[in-house]
Ligand binder design. Structure first.
Ligand SMILES: NC(=O)c1ccc[n+]([C@@H]2O[C@H](COP(=O)([O-])OP(=O)(O)OC[C@H]3O[C@@H](n4cnc5c(N)ncnc54)[C@H](OP(=O)(O)O)[C@@H]3O)[C@@H](O)[C@H]2O)c1
Length: 325
């Protein structure tokens, strides 16, 4: 097999494409022939040893992927060779094959392509957990999505609409805002050119958004939190903008508003039954066409460095998926 290997966690530029022995699955494990894997911002942090999950080098990064079960070890009953699966990863997706605990495999919904399978589980799972569970978003409420044209951002626009909310999508360019409108946003804000507080005031009649979905962090967080509605919920999803913001807690008091953390990986580990319920809901929405991964482009797995350059330059719109024959 071949894989992109991280020997030194200094960033994705240091990943090397290497031939390594194809591993046999041990007891409780399965070997997956990877067909597609998507880029996720956390993989950049994992390759810099800056994420909450720190694998020991050498390792193969790639946290969201789909493929076909090739072989299973002793005691595996939930999957068999030939099954099409998505992987609750952490690592392994940027190789031709991955050996993983069989319990981390999820059957792909009927009719789903590998491209979509590689862009679904973590991206949509995170967002559903964030908006509906942690954020308690209700039909009729208004949600503001920051970084709304990105991977989890596009998922947030779709899931919030599926839940009956009004969606204000915010992004850094007019083209990204236009894409958000195409996938269902009711209104958009270009935060490179507009004052986000004024725009939110105008779009909500002065009330502010009930729920904020924030995968960006940085300088946007405080003005947005100052704009949140009474009893609002500010969802801390990630810090793609680089800076981890510090919010004055008096703002939370004044608005009766909550700052709510979102950690999908631990949610899956700690609350498997709730995760299974989420999966069923997501599969149903996918079948109904209410959620569909937004494809930026597909590239061969060998072009991983070029793919990350595109993500680093904020050019990715939706999901960039790496394909294998
Ligand atoms: N909490 C969890 O369980 C969980 C799970 C998955 C992902 N995440 C987090 O969610 C965040 C987004 O992940 P993703 O895979 O959706 O990433 P993505 O597709 O790259 O989207 C991130 C968005 O952030 C914005 N951004 C602002 N400043 C940026 C910068 N300096 N570099 C890159 N992007 C910048 C970009 O939108 P504009 O250009 O429009 O500003 C971009 O579309 C990451 O922080 C990730 O760690 C969290």
């Amino acid at each position: 097999m071949h894989a992109w290997i991280c020997h030194n966690p200094t960033g994705t530029d240091a990943l090397q494409w290497e031939e390594v022995p194809t591993p046999e699955p041990g007891a409780g494990q399965a070997r997956v022939a990877v067909k597609a894997s998507s880029l996720n911002f956390p993989d950049i942090l994992i390759c810099q040893n800056k994420y909450q999950f720190k694998p020991t080098p050498p390792f193969v990064p790639g946290s969201e992927y789909a493929g076909v079960v090739e072989a299973v070890g002793d005691g595996v009953a939930n999957v068999k060779p030939g099954d099409r699966v998505m992987v609750i990863g952490g690592t392994g997706g940027f190789g031709t094959h991955a050996v993983v605990p069989a319990e981390k495999l999820v059957p792909m919904p009927a009719g789903m392509s590998f491209e979509h399978g590689a862009a679904f589980l973590m991206t949509y799972g995170t967002t559903q957990h964030a908006l509906l569970d942690r954020g308690q978003l209700k039909a009729g409420e208004t949600v503001l999505v920051l970084g709304a044209a990105g991977g989890v951002g596009t998922a947030a626009v779709q899931i919030a609409k599926a839940a009956g909310a009004r969606v204000i999508a915010a992004a850094s360019t007019d083209a990204k805002c236009a894409l958000c409108k195409e996938i269902g946003a009711d209104a958009t804000i270009n935060y490179s050119t507009e004052n986000i507080r004024d725009a939110l005031k105008a779009l909500t009649g002065g009330k502010g958004p009930d729920v904020v979905y924030d995968p960006v962090g940085g300088d946007l967080a405080e003005p947005v939190f100052r704009s949140i509605a009474w009893r609002g919920r500010y969802l801390v999803v990630g810090f793609a903008g680089g800076g981890i913001p510090a919010l004055p807690l008096n703002l939370s008091l004044l608005k009766g508003a909550a700052i709510v953390g979102v950690f999908w990986g631990d949610f899956v580990r700690r609350e498997p039954q709730a995760f299974q319920r989420d999966l069923q809901q997501l599969a149903q929405w996918y079948a109904e066409g209410k959620v569909t991964p937004v494809m930026d482009k597909t590239m061969p797995l060998a072009d991983l460095h070029a793919a990350y350059a595109r993500m680093g330059a904020r050019q990715v719109v939706g999901k960039l998926v790496l394909l294998q024959p």
